[in-house]
Design a protein around this ligand. Sequence first.
Ligand code: F6R
Length: 245
Amino acid sequence: MQIIIASNYEDMSRKAADVIAAQLKEKPDTILGLATGSTPIGLYAELVNDCDAGLISFADVESFNLDEYRGLDGTHDQSYRYFMNHHLFDHVDIDKARTHVPDGSNPDSDTACAEYEHAIAAAGGVDLQLLGLGHNGHVGFNEPADHFPVDTHIVDLTESTIQANSRLFDSIDDVPRQAYTMGIGTIMKAASILVVANGADKANIIAEAFTGPVVPSVPASVLQLHPRVTVIVNEEAGAVIKDRL
Ligand code: F6R
C-alpha cells in the first residue's frame, strides 16, 4: 500500500487525477470504478480540465460506480447517476451508454444486484477502482459489520445516514431507506485501487483503517490485503497516519 500525503485538497485532487490520467494513457480502454461523495469532486474537475486540454480521453473507457440509492432513478438530483453526469460524464468524451451505476429504479434487488455484478465481470473486471472513505471506515455502502459482504447487494441505510441525508431532500420521508452497493469482494477484485480522503475529520479513520487490524468493523481495513492500493490524503487527513508510517 502506497500512502501519499498531499499538501491540501487541490494537491490531493491533482495527484489523484494524475493516477487516473496515467492509467488512461497506459490503457485507453480502461474499466474504471468510480465513487460519488464530496471528496472526488475536485479530482473529477481536474479530469474534465485534462480532457478539455486533450491530455486524456475517455472515448474507450467503460465505468462502473460503486453504489446507488434504491428507489431513485437517474433523473433525481440526489441520485448518484445524476451526480456522475453532473461532475464528470456530461463534460468528457465518454460514451454514456458505457457508464454504469446500479439500477436504483429496479425494485427487484436480487436482479438489480446480480445483473450489476455480472456486467462488471462481463466487461473483464475493474482495472482501477476509486474509493472515498466514510468516517466509520465504510467503502461504498459497506458499513461496519461482523463480516465482509462479498457481492453487489442491497443495504438498509442506518438511521444516522437517513438523518444526515435528509438535508438534501424536501422531507425526511423522501430520503431513500435502502441502496445497492458493490460488495467488498467486488471492490477487492479490482486490479488496482485508489483511495482519496480529505479533512481532519478523516485523520483517525485513515490511520485505523490502514495501520490497524483488518476487521469487518472497519470495512476499509480489508484494503490492506490488496496488492495494489494507493491512498492519497490531504495534510489534515494524514495527520495521524503520518507518525505510523
Ligand atoms: C460514494 C460512496 C461513499 C463515499 C464516502 C465518503 O459513492 O460510496 O462510500 O465515498 O461516504 O464520502 P465523502 O467523500 O463525501 O466524505
